[in-house]
Every structure is written in structure tokens, then in C-alpha cells.
Ligand binder design. Sequence first.
Ligand code: FAD
Length: 496
Amino acid sequence: PLGNIERNGRKNVPDCNASDIFDKILRSDDLKDLICSYNDLCQQLKLLPGPLQTFYPTIKNNVKIWKGKSLWNCLDKHQSHKVYENGNACKNLRVLIVGAGPCGLRAAIEAQLLGANVTVIEKRTYFSRNNVVKLWPFVIQDLKTLGAKVFHGKLGTGDIEHISIKKLQFILLKISLFLGVQFFHGTCYKDFVYPCGKKSGWHVKVNPIDHPVNKYEFDVIVSADGNKQSVKGFKGSELRGKLAIAITANFINKQLDADVKAEEICGVSYIYKQELFKAMKETTGIDLENIVYYKGDTHYFVMTAKKQSLLDKGVIIKDTLNSKDLLLSSNVSKLALIDYVEKAASYVTKEQLPNLELERNHDGKEDVAIFDFTNMWQADNSCRIIERKGKKLLLGLVGDSLLEPFWPTGSGCAKGFFSCFDMCWMMKQFNSGKTSLLEIIVERESLFRILPQMTTDNIKNFTNYSLEPLSRYVNTNKGGFLVSDALALLDTDAPD
Ligand code: FAD
């Protein structure tokens, strides 16, 4: 498989050395440019993306600038952990990761470090999410051990514990690429395909239909697409809470005096700051339950708004009986929504940002969104194994497609990364063949059952985190899922 090079490459290799191209990749914040530069680097070094041991050393030995050395130092230290068995733990295992969000890419890095042959597909052709996520301390530490500070020096300094989703995606993608992960953008997963004969393995169907990935065989498919039930055979349920309407907005950070001086609001809610919210309602008519403001490449605001104030302000045009219809684009006035967020942002920042101007999305539209988070998705199970004609396929869910977070807790990436580590640990057990399939299902499902209750207080101190569950969980919930339950998740045509 030629992967990135075949589909995205340019014919002529530029006349510059590997270190220069590496530097260009570090600075790139456009997905297509990044892939072009990466293909140039591969062509320059006559390399094809592939397993860690054949790819990473060549990149490392050819990029000698200090930023490269800092990154290699971090990655060398990280990969020296015994869990990876020098990149042999998952040797020859063919892994497909669906979705290049933060969780898919984090899983890709771990699977690649285990020595697997990892392919990531992403349906979009751009990374454009300006929205900012607050990270739990272990996530910041985890990113630092992967060398993230080489890309984003401010991460984890002082009180900077947040990052835009797109920046996080770029950091994780660049690390994945340097380790040899094969990446395809504009590639949409549709389904998996059963082996059609003794010699054939498990395939997938992706769009476009002539895509080379349609010819690949896989042993593992990790669904990290943030969607509900996108991989066949998984069920789940929506946890219904009281109606909750969120608004996100990104304003341009012009880096002027006012932008620098404006103070962040790490999260205030009505219960703790009633005077502020009451005064805002009296002065502006805007009625919120909470609001957060982070400053980065943009001024990012996220808030939960009360329905009545959205109706009063004309943001929601008509009240509806069915909450699903309430926020249909035909029932939302974009102009009134923009006015609403501008007023809320000005008020809570005490007018410190005088000339608010919304950032534009990849499609040129104002970066403002309103959505309902009343229902939160949770899958019933985190994994399945199917065996046909002697060929096994491990299917697993990670990130939002496993467990959608309640966003005000800021737990999405933390729980998502834990689910990636659990999935990659399972891959290692699956590949070793030392533990029975039922036992590895039981272990992953037991861990999944404690994930929703995870808080910063009931996980271990993160200094020694690894893929091994015992290094992270205080209690691995042995007995939380029974072998008899696991039988339903193992679908085999083998007579024994
Ligand atoms: P996603 O980020 O959704 O990525 C999935 C990727 O898969 C996307 O790139 C998508 O294009 C791709 N994809 C989808 N379908 C396919 C397909 N068929 N084929 C190929 N690719 C596909 N989390 C925090 O940790 N801290 C916070 O402060 C925080 N705040 C939040 C605020 C709001 C308002 C919201 C809504 C969420 C917040 N979160 C926060 C949650 C966080 O954004 C998510 O948990 C995180 O982005 C999940 O990452 P993911 O990789 O699982 O999925």
C-alpha cells in the first residue's frame, strides 16, 4: 500500500533537505499543505508509511534540527516503556482507525507504538474546529510525554490547560505521521466486509469507492468517529436529561491590547454566581445557566442558554412541542443568534473586547453554533470479536462514539483517551494470543463500566500511566462483567 504518497503526493520532490521539510510540517496548520509536505519528506527519504520499526528510525536519523531532536527524545522515552515490547507487541496486526478526531489519533499513536500497521481514515478534508477543550492534568502530561510542546510551546505553562480541537488534532496527526501511521483524509467509512474465502481476510467499504483502503485487509477496526452506532453490531442508548441548549462562538483574536488584556472565565454557573447572571438578564435580557471563555487563536465562548430568553430574543423563532424541531436551522435566526452571543460575550468580559468579530469557518460562515445536548449517547458495549473462516476481527469503540461526555465537566478528552488506552491494551492481548478471547472481552467491558464514573479523584496519580489498566485505574472492576455476558460479544463460526 502506497497510502498518503499514492493519493496525495506531488510528482516532484522539492529541492530542500529533510530538516527543512520537517520544519515546514511543524508549522503547517492546513491539512492539505501538511500532507503535501509530509509526502515530500517521505519521497525525499524514499520512505513509505508503515510499521514503526521500519519508518520512524529513518525520519529520526535524517532530521537533526533541535526541534526534531526534542521531539525524538520525548518519543524515544515514551516508546521505551516495556508495554510496547520494542514495537513488537502488535507486530503484523493491521489496524484501521475510523476518524481523526483527538481520540482516533491518540489511539493511532499507541497502536503504532505497539508495532501495528495502522491506517487512519478521516471523512473531512480539513481540520477547522476552533472550539476549545479544557484538558485534565493527566491529558496535558500525556501530550507532553509525546512531545506536544515542540508544536505548542504554551501547552501546560502557567494556567494554559486548554487547546483548540483543531490544534490538538494537528499535533496528534503530526506525531502519528512521524511514527509511520498511514493517513487518508476525504475518506469515509461505510461498513466492514466479511472474508469471502479461506485466503481472504476482513475488508472495509469506504468512499470514494475506488479508494485503495477498500483493498486492504484488517484485523482490528477502531471506531473513533464520534458518531452513534456507525459500526455495525453496536447498540446504545440516549441518556435523557432536562432540556439543555448550548451555544458556541469563536471571535477573531486580533492580538491587540484589548485582546491581550481580556481575562478568561474558566467556567461560571448560575448556582455559584447568581448575582452575575441575574444582572446580565436585567441589563441585556440574556439568561444563561453557565458560561466559559477561553483565549487562544480565537476568543472562544461556550454557554448554556435558557429557552425562554432565546425565544424572547428571537433566536428561536417558534416554540415547538418536540424538542428535536426546536433547533432546526429553519427555526433559528442566525442574525439574532449572533447578536445574542456578542451581547453575552461583551457583558461577561465587562466590555473588555470592544470590536467583537466572529471568526469564519472553513466554508466562510460565521463560527457560531447552537445545539441541544439534552440527550447523551452511551454505547452498550465497547467491543466485539467476530471470527469467520479462521479470521478474527476485533471491533472497538473509543471516544465520543463510546461515551458522549456532558460537556460542562470538560471530561471528553480525558475519558476518550482512557478508552483509547483500554482499546490498545485489548489489541495487545488480542495479538498475543495468550489470553482467551472471552477473557479479553471481559476485561475491556469491565473497564468500560467504570469509565462513566471516572473523575480526577478516582484515577491514579498520573506519573506512571501506561496502557496497562492497573497503572491508571485504582480499581479495574474485576467481576464487573461476566464471561457469560461476554459470549454475546464473541461471534464465531468455529465449532469449538
Ligand atoms: P470527534 O472529535 O467527534 O472526532 C470524530 C472524527 O471522525 C471527526 O473528525 C469526523 O469527521 C470523523 N468521522 C466521522 N464519521 C466518519 C466516517 N464515517 N469515516 C471517517 N471519518 C469519520 N472535552 C474536553 O475534554 N474538554 C472540554 O472542555 C470540552 N468541551 C466541550 C464543549 C462542547 C460544547 C462540546 C460539544 C464538547 C466538549 N468536549 C470537551 C468534548 C470533546 O469535544 C469530545 O469529547 C472530543 O472531541 C471527542 O473526540 P473524538 O475523537 O471521540 O470524536
